[in-house]
Design a binder for this molecule. Structure first.
Ligand SMILES: [Zn+2]
Length: 262
């Protein structure tokens, strides 16, 4: 509809705009029920709440549709027995200092999103930027709801390999779904000397492995959490890519950095 009114030049520009339209939901996922979404607005008087509702008039289908994008990035098929079945997802917008977080576990999961962060992301009144940011944050938090949890490799609170898997995968899914720039030279990718920093540092590394080593890498890496009795980054890489020295995590990290010119 919008495109009809644009000149060819403007349409080409729009195509390369990083605030692009969301990726397609694959046909096989369209009828999948990702869980009932219970939306709550705890700060309706805030500016961020007004902005949110203006841009996302109907939050429930918006959240459910983005959940399908996360699911198709983590799993091959709705029939996969490993997919955690969520009964309800409580989604709350609320005024607090922070961005967003997932809480709860099992089939009782909640996500909070800060109205202050909405206000911050809407500086410049750029509707597409706010949608891009809101969806990106949602991809990250929904990954936490649907990802598998690796076994016998510490706990979230120790900031070690388990934590790094959880947060690295969440940002890898966000990159793969296009809500961080898919360009390794972009400012979205933080520079770091070890994958152990988690989040985007590990996320871009995992995304590179998907582009360069195995097109199903993220799904296989996620599944390794269910398949390995004692999980580690090194064991999981070799499990997915083959048990050879060049598939050890440190060797791959080195190869990745060299390939992006670092
Ligand atoms: Zn997270």
């Amino acid at each position: 509809m919008l495109l009809a009114g644009l000149t060819l030049g403007a349409a080409a520009q729009l195509k390369y705009n990083k605030y692009h339209a969301p990726i397609k939901v694959e046909k096989k996922w369209r009828k999948y029920n990702p869980g009932e979404v219970i939306f709550r607005d705890k700060s309706p008087e805030s500016e961020g709440s007004k902005i949110y509702h203006a841009i996302i008039p109907d939050p429930t289908p918006y959240i459910q549709e983005n959940a399908l994008r996360v699911l198709q990035t983590l799993y091959w098929s709705p029939k996969d027995k490993n997919i955690p079945r969520l009964g309800r997802i409580f989604y709350t917008i609320e005024e607090y200092d922070g961005v967003s977080e997932k809480y709860g576990h099992g089939d009782h999961v909640g996500i909070r999103y800060s109205t202050k962060w909405i206000e911050h992301s809407f500086a410049g009144q750029d509707t597409m930027r706010l949608d891009y940011e809101t969806r990106g944050v949602l991809y990250h938090e929904l990954t936490h709801a649907y990802q598998l949890e690796p076994k016998n490799c510490g706990s979230y609170g120790d900031g070690g390999e388990y934590w790094c898997f959880i947060e690295g995968m969440a940002d890898a899914v966000r990159v793969a779904c296009g809500c961080f720039e898919q360009n390794f030279q972009s400012q979205d990718r933080p520079r770091a000397d070890t994958w152990r920093k988690g989040y985007r540092v590990a996320g871009y590394f995992l995304y590179w492995l998907q582009l360069n080593k195995d097109k199903d890498f993220l799904r296989k890496f996620n599944r390794s959490a269910a398949e390995l009795e004692t999980w580690s980054w090194d064991a999981a890489m070799k499990h997915v890519l083959g048990d050879k020295p060049e598939n050890g995590v440190e060797a791959l990290w080195k190869e990745y950095r060299a390939s992006i010119g670092e």
